[in-house]
Design a protein around this ligand. Structure first.
Ligand code: AMP
Ligand code: ZN
Ligand code: ZN
Length: 410
């Protein structure tokens, strides 16, 4: 390029950066990703969630298949990274990684799970967006209260289950009150009431419907708040997994098969993930790697390919999956409250399907998408934000039929 041309190009780039781009950005709709933990896809048809029904009727709905295992932390991280748990590093709610610490990662153990190394096998969308100059805000989302690759959302809070649904909504809205140029362009909201009711009272209980109605009302309050502020938004409502009824009559006792001292497990219940105690490998293999009436166990290398699970060093050596609705436990396990609903089962089971509803200017009206994998949410969100997605397991083609102009920005 000759130098006058180069000078003109530089001036044009400067003008674009200083004047045109922020103007475009300020006008762009807000992208909102709402997670209702444990909201099974079919709950939407119960007639108890008028706000969600209206969003679906005026936009898009679809059943979403969670990734394996169908637990909270792995799937929330999949939704915002597009990578299945085996690749995103959050392989379970409970994990051991001797390369990080001898302490177990659990959802509640903040001093352990706040170590960024657990999270840095992947990059969540808010980090990529912030680095691209797009402001983000997370009113809870697993991983959003930890600096990942040194980056936090512009607005975030330490997770606290006691914060009410209404307060979560009002806090998120307050973050949208600043000057337009400083307003977040990506926002998450997270509600746990439906998952809690599903565990304690079961997916078919009146308490479940009441929790769904309560979260629905909170989302209605959020939409009213957006309207009052004149903010246009593309809203995506998802869940991390569904919920299956479980019963005291459908239990597999691992201590009937094996001495409890022969292994150490990270998770039991909707699956059993374990490492043999040193010297007990052959005994554990012999007891577990044979046919069982209501469960199947594999060495991690032999987990069927459709689960995309078992390559990550954080996955324990042996993995047992019960029939959906059965639980793996031991005779000496006596929890204070006995749950009647659970998840973590086969992600292909219909009971594990999660809600997907999308509404806003980017979405067509009245579209019902065929069942798709939750890895597809990430490239969709990246597209809405105009942010270059990182390499991922998702496919924009699966949700493209739901987009106005087939997803083209013209
Ligand atoms: P699960 O039983 O796998 O569905 O886990 C659900 C629980 O995860 C909820 O009851 C929440 O209290 C908890 N949870 C959700 N987000 C977070 C977070 N960011 N930090 C800690 N715990 C969380
Ligand atoms: Zn969950
Ligand atoms: Zn749960």
């Amino acid at each position: 390029m000759t130098s006058p041309l180069r000078a003109f190009a530089a001036l044009l780039a400067l003008w674009l950066a200083l004047v045109a781009a922020p103007a475009l950005a300020a006008d762009a709709p807000l992208t909102v990703l709402i997670s209702i933990d444990g909201f099974r896809a079919d709950y939407l048809d119960r007639g108890v969630t008028p706000t969600l029904s209206a969003l679906a009727a005026g936009g898009v709905r679809g059943d979403m298949r969670p990734s394996f295992p169908s637990k909270t932390f792995p799937n929330h991280y999949t939704l915002v990274t597009g990578l299945r748990p085996d690749k995103n590093g959050i392989v379970d709610n409970n994990m051991y990684d001797p390369a990080i610490t001898d302490k177990e990662f659990t959802m509640s153990r903040r001093e352990v799970n706040q170590d960024p190394r657990w999270w840095e096998e992947a990059e969540p969308i808010w980090v990529t967006a912030e680095e691209a100059g797009v402001r983000t805000a997370t009113m809870f989302w697993p991983g959003s209260d930890i600096p990942i690759h040194g980056v936090l959302p512009s607005h975030w809070q330490l997770f606290d289950q006691k914060v009410s649904a209404q307060t979560r909504v009002d806090t998120a809205l307050s973050w949208l009150d600043g000057p337009v140029a400083e307003r977040p362009r990506f926002l998450t909201l997270y509600f746990d009431d439906v998952d809690t009711a599903g565990h304690h009272e079961g997916p078919d209980s009146p308490e479940l419907n009441a929790a769904a109605a309560k979260v629905d009302a909170a989302i209605g309050r959020f939409l009213d708040g957006l309207k009052a502020r004149g903010i246009t938004a593309n809203i995506i409502v998802v869940a991390d997994h569904g919920m299956a009824p479980v019963s005291q009559d459908r239990r597999i006792f691992v201590d009937d098969l094996l001495d409890m001292k022969a292994f150490r497990y990270t998770t039991a219940g909707a699956f059993l993930a374990l490492n043999p105690a040193p010297g007990h490998e052959a005994e554990v293999d012999k007891a577990l790697l044979k046919p069982h009436e209501h469960m199947q166990c594999w060495k991690k290398a032999d987990i069927p390919a459709r689960y995309h699970y078992g390559k990550n060093p954080r996955v324990p050596a042996i993995f047992c999956l019960p029939q959906t609705g059965w639980e793996i436990t031991s005779h000496d396990y006596h929890p204070r409250t006995v749950d009647v609903g659970d998840h973590g089962f086969d992600n292909f089971a219909p009971e594990m399907r999660a809600i997907f509803v999308a509404n806003g200017p980017a979405f067509r009206k009245g579209v019902r998408l065929p069942t798709f994998d939750n890895v597809d949410v990430y490239p969709l969100v990246a597209k809405l934000l105009g942010v270059m997605p990182k390499p991922n397991d998702g496919n924009l083609a699966d949700t493209r039929p739901a987009l106005t102009h087939g997803g083209r920005s013209d």
